[in-house]
Design a protein around this ligand. Structure first.
Ligand code: PEP
Ligand code: MG
Length: 576
C-alpha cells in the first residue's frame, strides 16, 4: 500500500457497522449486443462468423471445466454439467443454422441458447432449473464474441470486496461467501436483498456507492459500513482504525447475557434467519430465540411449490437447532422484492401493492395450507410442553379479518402461538383489533417505512424517505406498542431498524418487548441497552417522537444517549 497517494473515497449508504480491507473483485453485467452486430453485413462473412461463435463456445466449455476441477462438491458438478451444455453439438447446429440465415455470431449464440431455454422451460421440473446455467453459457460466449470482459460473478481466489452495479438474489446466493470480505453495490437500498444478506452474515456492505465499479479490479479497498465509505488504496491510519473497530466488535460478542435495560427491564434479543444453517450457526445464547425465519429464502431456486412432506423436516431441523428457544417462523413472503418462481402472479403494475405476502392466500391458498400443515406436523412432533415455543406469523397483514382467518387456520393445523407482522399502516392504525385475534405482533419496519412513506424500498434514491427515524413511522410503531401494552401481548420489531443500537433504545422506550435482527448486530445492541435505563429509553423515544424530521429524531436520540457508548460504537457516524 502506498501512503503518498491520496485515498480515493466514494460515499454510499452503509449497512451495519463492520469494515473490511481487501482487493476489489468486480461483477460484470451481462453483455448487450449492439444493433450493428445483430446481422452479418455480407453473407460471405458466414464462415468466419461460424468459426468465431463455435470457438467462443469451446472456450467457454473449457473455462467451466477448469473451474469445475477447483470447485468443491455440488458446485463442481454444476460447473461440469454447464461445460457439457456449452459443448452440446445440438447448440452448435442451431448456431450454424442461424448464421446461415444471416445472423451475426453474437446474435446467433443468443438466439440458439434462447431456443434451448424455451424447450427446457416447456419440459418443466429439473430441466427448467438448468435454464440459469444456460444463460450463463450464453452471457460468457456472447461476451467472448464481442471482445468484452467475462460477465457475472468473479472467481474469488482470496477474500475480496465484491462490487457490482446491483446483485440479484440469485447472484448473491451463488457467491462463495467464505471469500467475500465485503459487498458494495452502485444501486440497491439499505433494506434490499443484498443488504439483508450482508447483515445476516455480518459482511460489511455499502450500497448506492456511485462509480465503484470503475475502480480497477484488484485494487486494495477499505469498506467501512459505519461511515458508508469505500476507499481505494487506503492509508495505514485508516486500515489501523478499522482493525481497532473490528477488535471492539469481537470483544462485545463475548457477552451473551439476556437483553435488558440498565435497570433490568427485559427486552428479548432475537435473531433474523433465512436458513436452518443460520440457526445452527448462532452461538449458544447469542440470541434468545429466532424472531424472524424468512422461509421464502429456503425456496428461492424452487420451480415447483414445496410439498408439506418436503417442508416438515426443514422446520423440524430448525426447531431442533433452536435448542428449546422460541422460534418464529414466517409464512412465505413471496412477491414484490422476493419473487418466487412457483408463486408468480398475473403481471401487476405495482407488485409491492399487489398480491404479495399473505395476500397469496387469495390466489394460491394451497401454498399456505401446505406450509401450515408442515409446520403443524413439526410442532406436534415436539413434547407437548415445548409446543408453545413454535410461533408462526403471517407477513403483509392489512386487516384484523386477515389476522383472524390466518390465526384460525394456523391453530387448526396445530400451531399454538400465532402472530402477524405489522408492515402495512392500516394494520398499525388498527393494532388493537389485530392484536385481539393473535398472540403477538412483530413490526416489520422495512415494509412499514416503505408503505408509510409511499417510497419503494428497492429505490435507494429515496433513502431519506425510507429512514425508519421518520417521525410518522415512529408514531405508528408507538401506536402498536401502546396497543400491545393495553392487551398485555408482546410487540416485537424484526425490521432492520432494530439492529441500530440507537433505534433499539427508542423502540424499547416506545414499549417494544423484543428486538430481532441479523445475529452479527446483537452484541452492539445488547451492550447499548444495558447502558441505558428504561426511563432514559422512554425519554429518547419521546424526544424522537417530538422531532420534525428523521435526522432531527436521530440527533435527539443521540443527544440523550450515553457518550461512552456513542464513542465506542461510533454511533455518531452515518451507518444505517
Ligand atoms: C420487514 O418488512 O421489516 C421485514 C422484516 O420483512 P422483510 O424485510 O423480509 O420484508
Ligand atoms: Mg416485510
Amino acid at each position: 500500500m502506498t501512503t503518498t497517494d491520496q485515498p480515493r473515497t466514494t460515499s454510499g449508504l452503509g449497512v451495519g457497522r463492520s469494515a473490511a480491507v481487501a482487493p476489489l473483485a468486480v461483477v460484470r453485467p451481462a453483455p448487450v449486443i449492439p444493433p450493428d452486430a445483430l446481422r452479418l453485413s455480407d453473407p460471405a462473412d458466414a464462415w468466419p462468423a461460424r468459426e468465431t461463435a463455435l470457438r467462443a463456445l469451446a472456450e467457454v466449455a473449457d473455462e467451466f471445466l477448469r473451474r469445475a476441477t477447483d470447485a468443491p462438491g455440488a458446485l463442481g458438478d454444476v460447473l461440469r454439467s454447464t461445460s457439457g451444455m456449452a459443448a452440446d453439438p445440438d447448440l452448435a447446429d442451431r448456431i450454424s443454422a442461424r448464421i446461415s440465415r444471416g445472423e451475426g455470431p453474437a446474435a446467433a449464440v443468443d438466439g440458439a441458447v434462447g431456443e434451448i431455454i424455451a424447450l427446457l422451460s416447456a419440459a418443466g421440473g429439473l430441466f427448467a432449473e438448468r435454464s440459469t446455467d444456460l444463460r450463463s453459457v450464453r452471457d460468457h460466449a456472447v461476451a467472448r464474441v464481442l471482445g468484452l470482459p467475462a460477465p457475472g460473478l468473479p472467481e474469488l481466489r482470496e477474500p475480496s470486496v465484491v462490487c457490482a452495479v446491483d446483485l440479484s438474489p440469485a447472484d448473491t446466493a451463488s457467491l462463495d461467501l467464505t471469500r467475500v470480505a465485503a459487498l458494495v453495490t452502485e444501486s440497491g437500498g439499505p433494506t434490499g436483498h443484498t443488504a439483508i444478506i450482508a447483515r445476516q452474515l455480518g459482511i460489511p456492505c455499502v450500497v448506492r456507492a456511485a462509480g465503484v465499479t470503475l475502480i480497477p479490479e484488484g485494487t486494495l479497498v477499505a469498506v467501512d459500513a459505519a461511515t458508508g465509505t469505500v476507499t481505494a488504496d487506503p492509508d495505514d491510519s485508516l486500515v489501523g482504525s478499522l482493525r481497532a473497530r473490528a477488535r471492539t466488535e469481537r470483544a462485545l460478542a463475548a457477552d451473551t447475557a439476556p437483553g435488558a435495560t440498565a435497570d433490568g427491564r427485559p427486552v428479548a434479543l432475537l435473531a433474523n434467519v433465512g436458513t436452518v444453517e443460520d440457526i445452527e450457526q448462532l452461538g449458544p445464547s447469542a440470541a434468545e430465540g429466532v424472531g424472524l425465519f424468512r422461509t421464502e429464502v429456503l425456496f428461492l431456486d424452487a420451480v415447483r411449490a414445496p410439498s408439506r412432506d418436503r417442508q416438515t423436516p426443514v422446520y423440524a431441523r430448525a426447531l431442533a437447532a433452536a435448542r428449546g428457544a422460541a422460534t418464529t417462523i414466517r409464512t412465505l413472503d413471496a412477491g414484490a422484492d422476493k419473487p418466487l418462481a412457483f408463486a408468480r402472479q398475473e403481471p401487476e403494475e405495482n407488485p409491492a401493492l399487489g398480491v404479495r405476502g399473505h395476500r397469496l392466500v387469495r390466489t394460491m391458498p394451497e401454498l399456505l395450507e401446505e406450509q401450515l400443515a408442515a409446520l403443524g406436523a413439526a410442532a406436534r412432533a415436539l413434547p407437548s410442553a415445548d409446543r408453545g415455543r413454535v410461533r408462526v406469523m403471517a407477513p403483509m397483514i392489512s386487516t384484523a379479518e386477515e389476522a383472524r382467518v390466518f390465526a384460525r387456520l394456523a391453530r387448526a393445523h396445530g400451531v399454538e402461538t400465532v402472530g402477524v407482522m405489522i408492515e402495512v399502516p392500516a394494520a398499525a392504525l388498527r393494532a388493537a383489533s389485530v392484536l385481539a385475534e393473535v398472540d403477538f405482533v412483530s413490526v416489520g419496519t422495512n415494509d412499514l417505512v416503505q408503505y408509510t412513506m409511499a417510497a419503494d424500498r428497492l429505490t435507494g434514491g429515496l433513502h431519506d424517505l425510507l429512514d425508519p427515524w421518520q417521525p410518522a413511522v415512529l408514531d405508528l410503531v408507538a401506536m402498536v406498542a401502546r396497543a400491545g401494552t393495553a392487551a398485555d401481548k408482546p410487540v416485537g420489531v424484526c425490521g432492520e431498524s432494530a439492529s441500530d443500537p440507537l433505534m433499539a433504545l427508542a423502540l424499547t422506550g416506545l414499549g417494544v418487548t423484543s428486538l430481532s435482527m441479523s445475529a452479527p448486530a446483537l452484541p452492539a445492541v445488547r451492550h447499548t441497552l444495558r447502558r441505558h435505563s428504561f426511563a432514559r429509553c422512554a425519554e429518547i423515544a419521546e424526544a424522537a417522537l417530538s422531532a420534525r424530521s428523521a435526522p432531527e429524531a436521530r440527533a435527539a436520540a443521540l443527544a440523550l444517549a450515553d457518550p461512552d457508548v456513542i464513542g465506542l460504537l461510533r454511533l455518531d457516524d452515518a451507518g444505517v
